[in-house]
Design a protein around this ligand. Sequence first.
Ligand code: PHE
Length: 345
Amino acid sequence: MPATTSLNDFLAALDGLAERGAAAFAEVRDAETLEAARVEFLGAKSGALRDVQKHLGGIDKADKPAAGKRLNEVKQLLQAGFDAAAAALKSGEAVATGPVPDPTLPGTPLELGHIHPITQTIEHLKEIMGRMGFEAAEGPEVEDPWHNFVALNIPEDHPARDPLDNFYLATAAAQSAGEEGGLLLRSQTSTVQIRVMEARQPPVRVISLGRVYRPDAPDATHYPMFHQMEGLLVDRGITMANLKTVLRVFANNYLGEDVRIRFRPSFFPFTEPSVEVDFWWNDAWIEFGGAGMVDPAVLESVGYDPEQVTGFAFGLGVERLCMRRHGITDIRDLYSGDMRFLAQF
Ligand code: PHE
């Protein structure tokens, strides 16, 4: 504008300013744009309003009241625009007034969970064994020494009962009496053999799948909690041949038709004779657990007559079976909770 300014030019400049300012404040979505708009329109040194105001002096004396009045109005208008934008920003409203959502677009798909590989394995093993007439039985994970040791022919001084090899629980009563609690997290599912035989008369044909606990430092093949599949068959005339057949049929179903089975002599207090069970798979003998004929002392401890019935029992590592079948090389992956690993199964 020239040094002398007509009222019309002055009012037109104010109108344009009011319009641009209102639009700028309406578009504010964050603190930076708010501040930029404030400086641009209301800035004390070089703001747009200030620029127009400088020309007030060049206006005819007679027109000055009208010019001043309009100047004040526009100033208030811009200030109101700023205040509204600042308030909206504070209440979060400005953020919510983004682009209008299109309700016809497909939504974000829900992420479906799925069953943990070990639980899948357990279901699979139950299904295979179920076809051979084995019924699934369960027992508690917190056990007493009778079921974890004594009834399984494991005497008081046996190294398997060492506190360093078991998770004993210090019960309040035992603690105040200054003794060991006695209860422990079961170290094997063989406990369920006892519980089933205590509750039923022969013949029994059960499996039990569940967690067991041992204080092992975790590495690729050890974890302080893992799962076992226990099997127990007690009836008249049961022999080692029945045991070998059941385990071979199981291995062929779970790992493949070409899998072979091998027994190596071993020792468990609750079986006699006892064996380690190996499966020949992918060109190697791999140990999957222990087995044997139920020791007559165990049959007696549950009130069975060892002259009338015999039986076999086995305990296989569930993680080991699952890992071999799926090519998993580190047991810790199963329990890391890392979805990138778990989502593959
Ligand atoms: N309970 C034994 C273990 O945990 C395995 C086993 C089960 C051995 C049944 C013989 C019979 O090592």
